[in-house]
Design a protein around this ligand. Structure first.
Ligand code: COA
Length: 335
């Protein structure tokens, strides 16, 4: 709940621009048929994915983030000196440390900014938005660049058909600043349940299982997912989340202009839309082209929606994500 002092203007934060980048290389379901025991039919039916973008050997998370950030800065007509905080959401950072945000800060020449990473897997972009929103409303920062960037292809086990068909690479960025207008981020919900961390994780490369010949042999440096269990929790949790977000803001689903969900599985997206009773043409779906790009998925979809004119000033839009941790989050925005 927001308490407003009579006569005082309500300070909100607002996304003033977006940008995104996906690598050029495309891997289709037909390409995957030649790599593992799968089929275009199975992948399309079970997930909705048709193809995904894959970074080249030289590209790391900060390289993709840099491309997306440049577009967002250009679209906002801002210089890098105008940014005072950079938050990067990723699970595929360039290296364990320093943060990918610091590497991005260097690439951008962002001398006046402070930079840090957030790890909330597929919910990372919305967690970053939550932090940016809070720091702007508390007047700690004035203009924040947030980027979701992933090179999941480098932690994907290309011999494991249960996961390798799902993921893709990309980055999306947004710039957030304060506003006293009747628009911006209306409310955010973020949640986590650490008791379910094992459903989706990468066991190797950290202090639990440092890289060793044995960890490599056991393929611990790749994504492990209990897909079916994760699917069930995701459907249930996201349905509750979107309903709660609208109810707490006294908004009817029919008042939403657009739903921008995390792009993991078309069946999960459809279930959420059905629960709200909104038609699929009010939902941004691009997982057929990009697969699941984790923290990059929502900002890429948001940027596409902005670029293709699917969001107009004054529209209510709902962003929602679910991912490893487990984590889940939503953002209700009046554009
Ligand atoms: N090609 C062909 N068959 C495959 C396959 C593939 N790529 N991957 C799995 N299968 C098989 C399984 O081996 C299983 O065979 P079996 O019945 O003989 O054992 C069968 O298909 C069904 O597997 P299951 O895992 O139950 O399928 P599913 O309907 O749950 O779909 C996912 C699998 C991964 C697509 C789905 O569970 C999913 O999307 N999970 C959630 C993803 C997600 O939201 N992640 C969190 C956010 S990032």
């Amino acid at each position: 709940m927001t308490i407003q002092v009579k006569g005082a203007r309500l300070l909100r934060s607002r996304i003033i621009s977006t940008g995104s980048y996906v690598p050029e290389r495309v891997i289709t379901n037909f390409d995957l048929e030649k790599m593992v025991d799968t089929s275009d039919e199975w992948i399309t039916e079970r997930t909705g994915i048709k193809e995904r973008r894959i970074a080249d050997e030289t590209q790391a998370a900060s390289d993709l983030a840099y491309e997306a950030a440049k577009v967002a800065l250009k679209n906002a007509d801002l210089k890098i000196e105008d940014i005072d905080l950079i938050i990067v959401a990723t699970v595929t950072g360039d290296m364990p440390f320093p943060s990918t945000a610091c590497i991005l800060q260097d690439k951008l020449g962002a001398k006046k900014a402070v930079a840090f990473d957030i790890n909330a897997a597929c919910s990372g972009f919305l967690y970053s938005l939550y932090v940016a929103d809070s720091l702007i409303k508390s007047k700690m920062h004035k203009r924040v660049l947030i980027v979701g960037t992933e090179v999941l292809s480098k932690i994907t086990d290309w011999d494991d058909r249960t996961t390798c068909v799902l993921f893709g690479d990309g980055a999306g960025a947004a710039i957030i600043e304060p506003t006293e207008e009747d628009r911006g981020i209306i409310s955010m919900h973020i949640n986590s349940d650490g008791s379910l961390w094992e459903l989706l994780h990468m066991p190797g490369g950290g202090s639990r299982n440092p890289v060793s010949k044995d960890s490599l042999k056991k393929r611990l440096h790749y994504i492990k997912m209990k897909g079916n269990e994760t699917f069930k929790v995701a459907v249930r949790t996201l349905e509750d989340l979107v309903v709660r977000t609208l109810e707490e803001n006294k908004l009817e689903p029919s008042q939403l202009s657009l739903l921008i969900p995390h792009q993991a599985n078309l069946r999960i997206i459809q279930a959420t839309a059905d629960r709200l009773g909104i038609p699929i043409d009010k939902v941004i779906v691009n997982l057929d082209r990009y697969g699941n790009t984790s923290a990059a998925s929502i900002p890429i979809a948001l940027d596409e929606a902005v670029r293709t004119g699917r969001i107009r000033d004054g529209d209510y839009i709902l962003l929602e994500a679910f991912g490893g941790g487990l984590t889940w989050a939503s953002a209700l925005i009046k554009w």
